[in-house]
Design a protein around this ligand. Structure first.
Ligand SMILES: [Fe+2]
Ligand SMILES: [Fe+2]
Length: 474
């Protein structure tokens, strides 16, 4: 299980025994570094960052922290250990042995799944590349960089699968993953949310809370895959993903804590006064939440999808926590309720469950994200503030699937196009909101100091104090 760091590409997959693959990956490696230099964290080359690096894939292998220049981070290939007896848990091949190779008939679909997942990883690094210039503290700067290097490693994870199992097509896809760029008009990233801007740290915290959580659910569904190397690599990626969501959840909590403190000191809930005092008003935080939530739930795809049915039945992609569910894990003849637009209103409709599996995963995601919003509200409750954050209605601001065909208020009231235009500024971040948040974004680089719009964390990283020097500038 230990990772061999003596190799040019650290790995626990005996890469040295597969010369062709090793050569292909060693050719891809300098292109990856060029990509990192071009569109990775801006102005960060000389920074020494207190980073966590996996030394093995078991839990103890996670305790390794040290100062690293990010360019020298040991990106590599780490799979969870193989279980020679592993069986397929769902779909038409249920009970059969998991596959160690790609069956010819599923090759195109598996490649597409791996490319789509792989494309999100470098995309988020690109989206976040300017944030290091305005970090609210060294602690936060280090967390941003930890997320960035790990997303880089997630790209490696997918590139390994492409190059090992998909021959020349796989090598071409691996190259293309470094060619698409987030937000690029001519060659954008594959999925919508990964072409949006992450212009400021509030957006970053919302992104890591909601959009990295989409990552968690997609990876969890792929961790069930009959294609065992995909299952093993996504299992290890999930352990890294947990930290990303922690950054988002604790980040928003700390913003709320600071806002509540200012509101209490000034005895006001007037957004203008809160802003004048240098904190972010709750209305702006709610609008950011509305945006990131709605854009993220679009990532699960169309509510009815024959691809989703095929992916499940053929064993490529399971459900979240497939093993914990008590049903036949085949799902033929079962139904699921989805929403559709009928005469300008939403109506429930029962459809074959296999076709609704995107919606099933989206609903699991929604449950999970609502729980964390409840924890944010505890911060407000504890501070004696009456306002609560709420996740908007599922049909709010949707661009994908049946619900894209309706205008809906966050509370779930159907509105006309005209009504939408009037209220949009109250429901989604306006140019004024972005400008205000941008005006707060200034780098705070003194150990233990924090920008005025965010509270310090309760504790530091790896049992270090909050005022630890998490990043050194060379
Ligand atoms: Fe990732
Ligand atoms: Fe992530």
């Amino acid at each position: 299980m230990a990772i061999d760091y003596s190799q040019k590409i650290p790995n626990n997959v005996n890469l040295a025994d597969d010369r062709t693959l090793q050569r292909a990956l060693e050719q891809w490696q300098p292109n990856f570094i060029n990509w990192w230099d071009d569109v990775g964290p801006e102005n960060s080359t000389n920074n020494e960052v207190y980073l966590r690096t996996a030394t093995s894939v078991d839990p103890q292998g996670w305790a390794h922290f040290d100062y690293v220049k990010m360019r020298d981070y040991r990106w590599g290939i780490f799979l969870n250990p193989a279980d020679a007896e592993r069986k397929i848990d769902f779909g038409d091949h249920k009970g059969e042995k998991a596959w160690q190779d790609v069956p010819g008939e599923h090759r195109a679909n598996l490649r597409r799944i791996i490319v789509t997942q792989g494309d999100t990883e470098p995309a988020s690094v690109e989206q976040q590349r300017h944030l290091g210039l305005t970090a609210p503290s060294l602690y936060d700067l280090r967390n941003l960089f930890q997320v960035n290097v790990e997303e880089g490693r997630h790209l490696w994870a997918m590139v390994y699968l492409l190059q090992k199992f998909f021959g020349r097509d796989g090598r071409e896809e691996a190259a293309a993953l470094l060619e698409r760029t987030s937000g690029d008009a001519n060659n954008p990233r594959i999925l919508g949310a990964f072409n949006e801007k992450t212009p400021d740290w509030l957006a970053f915290f919302m992104f890591t809370y909601f959009t990295d959580r989409d990552g968690k659910f997609q990876l969890a569904a792929l961790a069930e895959s009959a294609f065992d190397p995909l299952a093993r690599t996504t299992r290890f990626m999930l352990t890294e993903e947990a930290h990303h969501m922690f950054v988002g959840e604790s980040g928003v909590s700390r913003v709320l804590q600071r806002t509540a403190q200012v509101m209490n000191e000034l005895k006001t809930d007037d957004p203008a006064l809160v802003r004048a005092a240098g904190a972010i008003d709750l209305g702006t935080i709610q609008r950011y939440l509305n945006f990131h939530y709605s854009v993220t739930i679009d990532l699960f795809g169309a509510d009815q999808s024959s691809n989703a049915a095929t992916f499940y039945s053929s064993g490529l992609k399971g459900r979240y926590e497939e093993g914990k569910r008590v049903d036949d894990h085949v799902l033929k003849g079962q139904t699921y309720k989805v929403l559709e637009v009928q005469n300008g209103q939403l109506a429930e409709k029962e459809v074959p469950m296999l076709n609704a599996l995107n919606e099933v995963l989206r609903d699991d995601f929604i449950k999970d994200s609502v729980a964390g919003v409840g924890r944010w509200n505890k911060v407000l409750e504890k501070a004696g503030i009456a306002t609560r954050l709420v996740v908007p209605h599922k049909a709010f601001n949707r661009k994908i699937g049946a619900l894209a065909g309706i205008r809906m208020s966050p509370e779930g009231r159907v509105v006309s196009e005209e009504g939408w235009k009037q209220k949009e500024k109250e429901w989604l971040p306006s140019p004024g909101d972005f400008a205000f948040v941008a005006s707060l974004m200034r780098a705070v680089l003194e150990p233990g100091k924090f920008a005025a719009w965010i509270a310090p964390p309760a504790m530091g990283i790896n049992k270090n104090p909050v005022e630890f020097e998490y990043v050194r500038f060379g």
